[in-house]
Design a protein around this ligand. Structure first.
Ligand SMILES: Cc1cc2nc3c(=O)[nH]c(=O)nc-3n(C[C@H](O)[C@H](O)[C@H](O)COP(=O)(O)OP(=O)(O)OC[C@H]3O[C@@H](n4cnc5c(N)ncnc54)[C@H](O)[C@@H]3O)c2cc1C
Length: 285
């Protein structure tokens, strides 16, 4: 099928894009970033935006910088940019490790980091990273800029707290200290598919015990989020198999997994326990 008719706009400045959004958002005017999620849904006519505001010609959105102890990722930075390290330290390694789990090589050449965050598929790897590491989303509209913490951004499946007339201008991820360890694990049925469940864990050690644990789960629930029960099970404990198993079980009991025609909630729960345990074990390698 072909998409329904729409009017195409190609602004070259952020102000122009925001102006167009404020004019057309109420009639389902939409931002077009990499088009890797939006265009297929338009082709199936599941989405019928009347206006497309293509942000790819806005040079000021193609930015990647380290500032204020955060990595700041502009709205048109593509997934493929993360095939190479984009920042120093542990966060640089983490992003490079995770990017290869996103879709397929051609999709990564076009799809954008911020497009994934705005689209908010529960199984998006970048959304999991944003939720686990407490990223901040910078939303811009005619009213000005708004800074939205990840815990308030992801609401449910493909639904965020971004207003219709807001452009997701940038995502800011806190840099990780050099003594932070991490483990990432996901499971999908075929290479390149969305994950049925996935997890990112990070922590540091002080006097041999775990401090500042972050345990995020994506794909299993309707949105990615940190799982406090698993983090509590890790805090102030020795990093060993017994601690990791307790945290993995806590995560699996705490979540409210989705169900679909191919996967039961119990399957996602069991899978999540295994993935959290494996991700934690990876931190010792
Ligand atoms: C076969 C296939 C497999 C895939 N597998 C994965 C996977 O394993 N993991 C994964 O994470 N993703 C996967 N994807 C999705 C892919 O990563 C997309 O690139 C991503 O979801 C959306 O980014 P985009 O830049 O293409 O956004 P677009 O498709 O252009 O936009 C998506 C939505 O977000 C809105 N939007 C985009 N940018 C902004 C912005 N800056 N401000 C406000 N709104 C905005 C658009 O209006 C639209 O509603 C897959 C896609 C395909 C086709």
């Amino acid at each position: 099928m072909k998409p329904a008719a729409f009017e195409y706009h190609a602004p070259t400045t952020i102000d122009e894009a925001i102006e167009l959004l404020s004019e057309h958002a109420q009639n389902d005017g939409r931002i077009l970033a990499g088009g890797q999620s939006l265009v297929p849904t338009m082709a199936f006519r599941l989405a019928r935006p009347t206006h497309l505001i293509d942000i790819n010609d806005i040079n000021d959105l193609n930015t990647l910088k380290e500032e204020d102890n955060t990595l700041q990722i502009g709205a048109t930075v593509r997934h493929a940019k993360f095939h190479e390290r984009v920042c120093s330290g542990v966060l640089g390694s983490l992003l490079t490790d995770v990017v290869h789990n996103i879709a397929h090589y051609p999709i990564r050449q076009r799809g954008t980091f911020c497009g994934s965050i705005a689209h908010s598929d529960p199984a998006s790897e970048w959304c999991l990273i944003a939720a686990t590491l407490d990223a901040t989303m910078v939303a811009a509209s005619k009213k000005g800029e708004r800074y939205i913490p990840a815990a308030e951004f992801f609401e449910t499946i493909m639904t965020t707290s971004l207003e219709q007339d807001e452009l997701l201008k940038e995502v800011r991820i806190p840099l990780l200290s050099n003594d932070t360890v991490y483990g990432f694990e996901e499971f999908s049925r075929r290479a390149g598919d969305f994950a049925i469940s996935m997890t990112l864990v990070t922590y540091r050690l002080e006097s041999g015990k775990i401090i500042n644990p972050h345990v995020g789960i994506g794909g299993a629930e309707d949105r990615p989020r940190r799982i406090s029960a698993a983090e509590d099970a890790l805090l102030d404990q020795l990093p060993n198999s017994e601690t990791f198993l307790k945290a993995a079980k806590a995560a699996s009991e705490f979540i409210d997994p989705m169900e679909d025609h191919a996967t039961t909630a119990q399957y996602r729960r069991d899978l999540t326990e295994t993935l959290v345990r494996r991700a934690l074990e990876k931190t010792l390698v």
